[in-house]
Design a protein around this ligand. Structure first.
Ligand code: CTP
Length: 462
């Protein structure tokens, strides 16, 4: 059934045929141009819907390179669009077709069948796609080749997630004796070259992912930067302030990207949570409570638990991320209360307090205890509550004294969340700019807190 708003489609008694089409139009290419030209030829008036960044992220299209403004400008420059709108949500196409009294919906033949449900509202026409060109192919043309240093468990998930990130290809892995069997298996399953000589891997890649026990991060990052490679390093980034400072300075000198892979910092929901909290919606923020606890004993051998450095070293960066983003890097002091493991010499559980002039952050971290992994941001007018696991934020609530004002927010969290940090890494390399989602100053503050802990400053044990 066609919509029945034909009156608005007449101009001087002549029926104006309205056509609508949608796309991301990233790295504008000939295929886009041809499609828009033919779409315009289908009628008299062409509306082009350009996807917003948030909508693309939500539907799993994470690698878009051009900004929304640039993508709109490129569509405008073709001269084919009579009107350009932004596509922001699932289901918007039906709303637009009705609102703009559209006669024909069209997209390229790669979508054949996918939009048949719109036949209920207007005519659906698929146009032959231009062969041999796509935004993905352009992004892949200058694809970054990435090598992995180390074979911690998370590398398996990293390789799986990397498949969703266009413009980056994992090609090799380096591991010394320790976890050779696992490295072998990863190499086989993911078609990676297994290197025993790091310099040989450096010769074959543009960038590296450092994922080995934290005590070795410094030496490998330095080696990689010296070899001219961009680096993304798994958390905890580092344990010594002067070493990390030196690495950031080296990266700057060599014009290389050095990114701290703390995945939550790069996820859309967490970023939105922070922005909302900063609007003053819940008043002044006076307390942040964040917890990240695990019982590693049930699945990891004792050597690995010792190598993790204990609860603060292994997981302290997560609550610190929330404190830094909400309360800043300018804390006065930190106090730690640690429960030491009975059978090995690290903290199995620690609660720590990060004190600011007018606020406090309370963290609960554990590798040998379990409690609720939630995040609460307390303000003078209300609070945000993010249920466990808050570091994989998919949903949160703003709550107030007057419950009628409560709000719920939902997001898509793709896969394991590692793809967000990879996309950010790529974006930084391409734009030659450091990340604003987790700045080097912010990382340095995390390292400072871990160093204070490791030096025993205000550490109480029980
Ligand atoms: N399109 C086309 N021919 C191509 C590429 C795209 O006709 N070679 C059409 C698509 O079918 C769609 C519009 O252009 O109707 C916008 O597509 P978009 O998804 O933005 O472009 P792609 O190059 O397909 O992007 P990607 O590779 O990121 O999926």
């Amino acid at each position: 059934m066609l919509n029945d708003c034909s009156s608005t489609k007449k101009k001087g008694g002549i029926h104006i045929v309205k056509v609508i089409t949608y796309g991301t139009y990233d790295l504008f290419h000939q295929g886009h141009y041809n499609l828009l030209k033919r779409a315009k030829e289908l009628g008299d008036y062409l509306i082009v819907g350009v996807t917003s960044d948030a909508f693309d992220k939500n539907r799993g299209k994470l690698n878009v390179r051009d900004s929304l403004a640039k993508r709109i400008e490129n569509v405008r420059k073709t001269g084919f669009a009579d009107e350009i709108i932004v596509e922001e949500y699932m289901g918007q196409k039906i709303d637009d077709i009705k609102r703009y009294h559209v006669d024909i919906f069209t997209v390229g033949s790669d979508w054949r069948g996918h939009f048949d449900y719109l036949n209920e509202y207007c005519r659906v026409q698929y146009l032959e796609r231009t062969r041999g060109v796509s935004s993905t192919a352009i992004r892949n043309k200058d694809s970054i080749s990435l090598g992995i240093i180390g074979a911690e468990n998370i590398v398996k998930r990293f390789c799986e997630e990397a498949k969703y990130v266009s413009g980056m290809e994992v090609t090799g892995i380096f591991e010394q004796a320790e976890r050779m069997d696992f490295a072998n298996e990863l190499a086989r399953k993911n078609e990676l070259l297994l290197y025993a000589d790091l310099d040989k891997m450096f010769a074959a890649v543009d960038a590296v992912y450092v994922c080995c026990p934290p005590a070795f991060h410094y030496q490998y990052i330095k080696h990689a930067l010296d070899a001219g490679k961009h680096v993304i390093c798994e958390y905890p980034f580092g344990l010594k302030v002067d070493e990390c400072q030196e690495l950031f300075e080296l990266a700057k000198k060599k014009k290389l990207i050095l990114l701290h892979a703390l995945k939550t910092a790069y996820t859309p929901a967490f970023q939105h949570l922070i922005s909302l909290a900063k609007t003053g919606m819940i008043g002044n923020i006076i307390a942040v409570d964040a917890s990240f606890t695990q019982v590693l004993g049930s699945r990891l051998p004792i050597q690995i638990r010792i190598a993790s450095g204990g609860s603060v070293n292994a997981t302290g960066e997560y609550p610190l991320l929330a404190f830094i983003k909400l309360l800043g890097t300018d804390y006065h002091q930190v106090r730690f209360y640690s429960h030491l493991c009975e059978d090995y010499p690290v903290d199995g559980y620690t609660r720590f307090y990060l004190e600011y002039e007018r606020a406090i952050g309370t963290a609960t971290v554990a590798i040998d205890a379990k409690s609720e992994g939630s995040l609460t941001i307390t303000g003078t007018k209300g609070y945000f509550y993010v249920p466990a696991p808050w570091w994989k934020t998919e949903y949160f609530e703003a709550r107030f004294e007057d419950i009628n004002k409560n709000m719920k927010y939902f997001y898509k969290f793709q896969g394991e969340g590692l793809r967000y940090e990879m996309v950010e890494f790529l974006r930084c390399i391409v734009t030659e700019e450091n990340s604003v989602h987790l700045t080097q100053d912010e990382t340095m503050m995390m390292v400072r807190v871990l160093e204070q802990y490791n030096q025993g400053e205000r550490v109480h044990t029980f």
